[in-house]
Structure formats: C-alpha cells, structure tokens
Design a protein around this ligand. Structure first.
Ligand code: AFP
Length: 357
C-alpha cells in the first residue's frame, strides 16, 4: 500500500481523540510536537559526519557519562520544540539535572514530558541505530513551577509513551493506552505514516539480549536463566536460543516489538551504588508501557517495572522486558528461595599461600 493510502499520525490521533469527546486537543498537539522534534533529530542523525555533529561534546552529563554533541543538540530540540505550546507544566530529561521550567512568556499546560533525547548515543559515531524515548504524565499542577516530586509518578500513571528509532528507516512507536502502533517516516511527504497497527509481541521466543561481559556481576536467577538458554536443545529448555546485544535499548525494544525476544539489563553488583544501568522515568517506564500494551511484560525481575514509585528523577533500575512467558519465567527464578551458591572458583580470592584446611 503506498503512502497516499495510509493514515498519517495526525489522522490517527484525531481518530483516537474521538474516543474522548471532551478532549480539548492539547494532548494531540503535544504528541505532534514531539513527532516533529523526532523528525528534526532524524535529519541531524542522518547527516552524520557531514553534519559536523558527531563526536564528543567534551562534557560529562548528570549521569557521569560522556555527552555527545548530538545528545546536546537533541535535548535542545526537545526543549525548543515543546516549551512554547502551552501543553506542558514542565519537562525532565536524561541530559538535565533538574526539571525544566516553562518560561514565563509561555503558558503552562496540564502535562509533563519526560525524555531521553538520544538513547544509545555511544553508537552514533559507528552508525548504529539510536533513538529518542519519551513519556507523558499528567501534571499535578499547572499554576506554579514544577518540582521534582511532580515527576515521581509510577509508570502506570503514563498517558503516552513511545520512541523514535533512527535506523534504515525512521519510525515512531507510540501508545496512548490503546495498543501499540508504528509509524514510518515518509521522506517524500515528511509525514509519519501508520504502517504497523496493534503490534502484539509473541509470548515465547528463542532470542535473548544481555551484555554477557557483565556475567560475573549477575544475580543467581539471571545466571540460571542465561545458562539454560546457552545450554540449548540439550539443556532444560530443550531448544536452542540466539543472543543479541546492540547496546542501544531502543533498537533492542524495536526488534522485540516486531518479532519477540527478551531484553535484560538487570540489577547487578558491578556498581553497588547503581541499582541498574537504565533510568526508570525516561527509559524503563515508556518502553515498559509499549511492551505491556503489546502483550509483553516489563519487570525489574521481581515486580512490574511500572509499579515502582520513583524516588528520584534520574533513578536507575534493573530492567527485563519482552515476550511474556520468558519474562515471567525470569521473575519466577527471582522469586524462588535462593540457594547460596558456592562462589565461582574462577572469581574467588586466589592466594599463593593455600589456607590450611
Ligand atoms: P548510551 O546512551 O550511553 O549509549 O547508553 C545506552 C544504554 O543506556 C541502552 O540504550 C543500552 O541498552 C545500554 O546503555 C548499553 O549498555 P552497555 O554499554 O553497558 O552494554
């Protein structure tokens, strides 16, 4: 079906709005502004070296990570593209330590926008797919400056969640609580066209994604699950598995939405100060919303990730999501009484002077 026959994102949102006769249109306008920002970021990413925006910004962000030029550019595009519309009471971003206050010259609105402007940016310079992740919450108030507490809502409070993936094609994946829908950017028309309606994640899979270089830091249930996958046909699972790791969560989430799979970035002992690598508010929650709306499951390993009450704006969390039956299996392993495994002899303290037994 060519693009003239397909529904645009605008048409889709208007159709959706008909379910809420009293809706004033602000929500749709906000989402269309976000989509426009993603189109602008897509052009910056596509320009690559020719756009002069690759490489490091020679700065460390609030996460303590090397900030790429495109991280800063993408963050600025999100701010400038959304601060004027009158739909937001405030914004929060992976790239900003504190919440963003809407300038007094613009009206405040009833929503909060939370985003990771460019996820996977360590892949930018090697031309691997990256993305922008966004989440929309209701603002507790729109007649005062926003506070951090306004944002500390569990993922179940989200009214929209989605991402744009900047890959061979640019796509926008969106849920407003009524299924997950994929829109492909038509370069000729410059519109996101509905190409994937009501995506459903297969409940079973033979693909798992995890950064295996962290295996010595994993908790026992994760080690058990991965070992069983690696054992393949001859092991307890009775089938072979494939492993993937792109180091760009948006790309992993996209693969899982399109064909199933399981993604794990679990809590581990690598840095006890961090309860995981991924951020709850603007990575785990919006992706979790999409995954659950598509019939999958998104978990901390012990509970649904969207049930977690955030304690801070940049809180990190262990995240496991994908095909429902696999994630439920991993949760079962976490919730079973844990045997105190013998320490792995490879990693115990080694000494030239053997202890007397
Ligand atoms: P960057 O945005 O710093 O590239 O991090 C991407 C990410 O947050 C997530 O998208 C990946 O799944 C994960 O980090 C990759 O982490 P490792 O580099 O430890 O594999």
């Amino acid at each position: 079906m060519n693009s003239e026959m397909r529904m645009t994102l605008t048409q889709f949102l208007i159709e959706e709005r008909r379910r809420y006769p009293h809706a004033g249109g602000d929500f749709n306008s906000l989402l269309l502004n976000v989509a426009l920002v993603c189109k602008r970021i897509a052009r910056k990413v596509a320009a690559g070296e020719l756009g002069g925006a690759t490489g490091s910004a020679s700065n460390v962000n609030v996460q303590g990570e090397d900030q790429k030029k495109l991280d800063v550019i993408s963050n600025d595009l999100f701010i400038e593209g959304n601060n004027w519309g009158g739909y937001l009471a405030g914004m929060a971003s992976e790239e900003m330590e504190d919440p963003y206050q809407i300038p007094e010259c613009y009206p405040q609105g009833r929503y909060l926008l939370v985003f990771d402007p460019l996820d996977g940016s360590s892949n930018i310079d090697v031309n691997v797919s990256v993305g922008s992740i966004f989440s929309v919450l209701r603002a507790p108030a729109s007649d005062r400056p926003v506070t951090v507490d306004d944002f500390l809502q569990p993922g179940t409070e989200q009214v929209a969640g989605g991402y744009a993936i900047y890959g061979p094609t640019t796509m926008l994946m969106l849920t407003v609580g009524n299924g997950v829908h994929g829109f492909t950017l038509c370069p000729q028309v410059g519109e996101f066209m509905l190409t994937h309606s009501n995506l459903q994640i297969p409940p079973d899979t033979h693909e798992f994604a995890i950064n295996a270089s962290n295996s010595r830091f994993w908790e026992a249930p994760v080690t058990r699950y991965v070992d069983e996958c690696m054992a393949g046909k001859t092991g307890p699972r009775g089938k072979d598995f494939n492993m993937r790791w792109i180091a760009s969560m948006v790309a992993e989430a996209h693969r899982i939405l399109m064909r199933g799979g399981v993604f794990m970035y679990p809590r581990d002992s690598k840095d006890p100060a961090k309860a995981g690598r991924l951020r709850l508010l603007y990575e785990a929650n919006p992706v979790g919303f999409l995954i659950e709306q598509a019939g999958g499951r998104a978990s901390t390993g012990r509970q649904p990730v969207m049930n977690v009450k955030p304690s801070s704006l940049h809180q990190r969390i262990g995240l496991i999501f994908g095909s429902k039956n696999e994630v439920e299996r991993i949760e079962r392993y976490h919730n079973e009484p844990q045997q105190h495994d013998e320490p792995n002899p490879l990693f115990t303290e080694r000494s030239l002077f053997r202890q007397s037994v």
